[in-house]
Write a protein that binds this ligand. Structure first.
Ligand code: HEM
Length: 509
């Protein structure tokens, strides 16, 4: 019996190695070189299941080619390993397409009907939806309206937190949980208006439960994500009620997306599903970005002092009736290069996104041949960790990395496609001005208004939680902190929001 098992194992291993070798034999001579895995056929699959997109960081570090192939059976993923190839991928956007992923998300994430899944493959529909989304989120009066409600809501969450606390009487919070709640409420108040479904705490909880179950759904194990599926239904129902109510004070981006979906005949149930899905873009990266920026600064007292000095000099004034302070949001966005540098460095060191494109036709990319039906991935981390671009110790957090010696912003002197935290054109995040205004306003308010200490006295950096389908990973464990009013900086804080045409000078443009 034992001998039979040994023979069967040897036979299986031989067949696996042989099949792997045969798949390679069928490669065209211009196929990007294959990254070898110790386990034939499924080694890369195991790696991807274990580390998700962080697996590309591990493999890319050992590859010398500017693009390489990952093979899983006869399925291929071409991984871009040099920023020089990105413009070529951009130019080939008709055959290297983002659309199949959008269709996949519409089906697997939220279970839309086949009508709406097919719509996401209709170029007229995707063009119209993209056009209205970008127009509504571009700097101008619509974004002013949305920003103003979002930033005010953040300040109110902080007022509420500090209510009843004083310099001697701290409140204890879980920092990620609190930041996530504040961001969720602020962003959803900003876009959904007074009928915001997230005003109900149950709906907020349902969104995050669903969000955490997405990875299981994506790998086809939806049946094992019962809690997430139940949460998703609750969320969808809340958006059906929302659509049946008056949502006239919603932001333009919501009203316009509903208009386009209706124009192309999407049923109400699917429109509710699409609104529920929009929250993934709205919330899932902003909350961890805010958390890590707060953690990176409060855990470095000298850096905190530096940022406070910058903000106090450029963006804070006393209220005319001396009842408190006014924070000028335009100045926070435009006149505080050190603050912006800390935010962008947080993004640079923590972004794990891998932009995805499907190869719709056999395609020539530079010297390489890409086979129809395969995928292209552009992982951000290998480019963000490239020492030639970012200087010594590229994996370390350096708060001054995005400023020059004279303290001014570095962005203009960086080569193109060095910083990919907001994606790659033509799918560059259309909400980057909104999201960065939200994060910068939130962290500036906390730096100015509170003292924060870790419970236990020592700041311990949590590990990022690998596996979530996000651009910036949340922490694996939360950080318990004590928050108290900053001495001399209490009173009534009001915000001067200004116009969104005064833009955050982001490195991505
Ligand atoms: C810090 C927060 C955010 C980060 C880091 C971020 C990052 C990104 C990235 C990397 C992409 C490209 C995806 C790809 O090509 O695979 C993207 C696309 C997108 N983001 Fe954001 N995003 C953030 C916040 C937001 C917010 C608040 C909204 C909505 C108000 C939003 C709406 C979108 C949309 C609609 C797209 C798809 C664009 C397209 O299909 O061309 N994002 N975002």
């Amino acid at each position: 019996m034992l001998t039979a098992i040994v023979y069967a194992t040897i036979a299986l291993i031989t067949v696996c190695y042989l099949s792997d070798w045969l798949f390679c034999l069928w490669d065209s001579p211009r196929t990007p070189p294959r990254a070898r895995s110790r386990v034939p056929l499924v080694g890369h699959l195991i790696g991807l299941m274990r580390a998700r997109t962080s697996y590309y960081t591990e493999v890319s570090a050992q590859q010398h080619s500017d693009v390489y192939t990952i093979g899983i059976f006869n399925f291929k993923i071409y991984v871009i390993n040099s920023r020089q190839l990105i413009p070529l991928v951009q130019r080939l956007s008709k055959t290297l397409s983002f659309t199949p992923f959008q269709q996949f998300a519409t089906r697997v994430y939220i279970d839309c009907s086949s009508h709406t899944v097919d719509l996401h493959g209709n170029p007229d529909f995707t063009r119209d939806l993209d056009k209205v989304t970008r127009a509504a989120l571009a700097p101008g009066p619509h974004l002013d309206y949305q920003n103003s409600r979002t930033v005010k809501s953040l300040n109110e969450s902080l007022d509420k937190l500090l209510l009843g606390s004083s310099a001697n009487d701290p409140v204890r919070i879980q920092l990620y949980q609190w930041s996530r709640d504040a961001v969720t409420l602020a962003a959803t108040n900003g876009v959904f208006g007074s009928s915001n479904p997230f005003l109900d705490k149950k709906i907020e909880g349902a969104f995050w439960t669903w969000n955490e179950g997405l990875t299981t759904m994506v790998v086809g194990l939806g049946l094992f994500a019962r809690e997430a599926l139940g949460a998703r239904q609750l969320l969808v129902n809340s958006f059906k009620t929302y659509l049946n109510n008056d949502y006239q004070d919603a932001a333009e981006v919501i009203k316009e997306r509903i208009r386009i979906l209706s124009k192309y005949g999407a049923p109400l149930d699917d429109i509710a599903r699409m609104q529920a899905t929009f929250n993934i873009a709205l919330l899932s990266n902003t909350a961890p970005s805010a958390f890590w920026t707060l953690f990176n600064v409060f855990s470095r007292p000298e850096l905190l002092q530096e940022l406070r000095a910058e903000l106090e000099e450029c963006a804070v004034s006393q209220n005319s009736d001396n009842s408190g302070y006014e924070l000028d949001i335009v100045a926070v966005k435009m006149k505080c290069p050190r603050l912006l540098s800390v935010f962008e460095e947080t993004q640079r060191t923590l972004t794990i996104h891998a932009n995805i494109r499907k190869v719709l036709e056999d395609t020539t990319l530079g010297n390489y041949h890409l086979q129809k039906g395969s995928y292209v991935q552009i992982p951000n981390a290998p480019i963000h960790n490239d020492g030639e671009l970012w200087g010594p110790n590229p994996t370390e957090f350096n708060p001054r990395r995005f400023t020059k010696n004279d303290g001014t912003a570095l962005s203009s002197s960086l080569p193109s496609n060095s910083f990919l935290a907001w994606g790659v054109a033509p799918h560059l995040c259309p909400a980057r001005q909104f999201a960065s205004t939200e994060v910068l306003a939130m962290v500036a308010l906390l730096f100015l208004r509170v003292e924060m200490e870790p419970v236990g006295g020592i700041w311990k950096r949590p590990e990022p939680k690998i596996g979530d389908l996000v651009t910036v990973l949340p922490p694996k464990t939360d950080v318990e902190v004590e928050v108290r009013q900053r001495v001399g900086w209490d009173g009534n804080w009001v915000l001067k929001i200004g116009k969104s045409t005064s833009k955050v000078p982001l490195t991505s443009g």
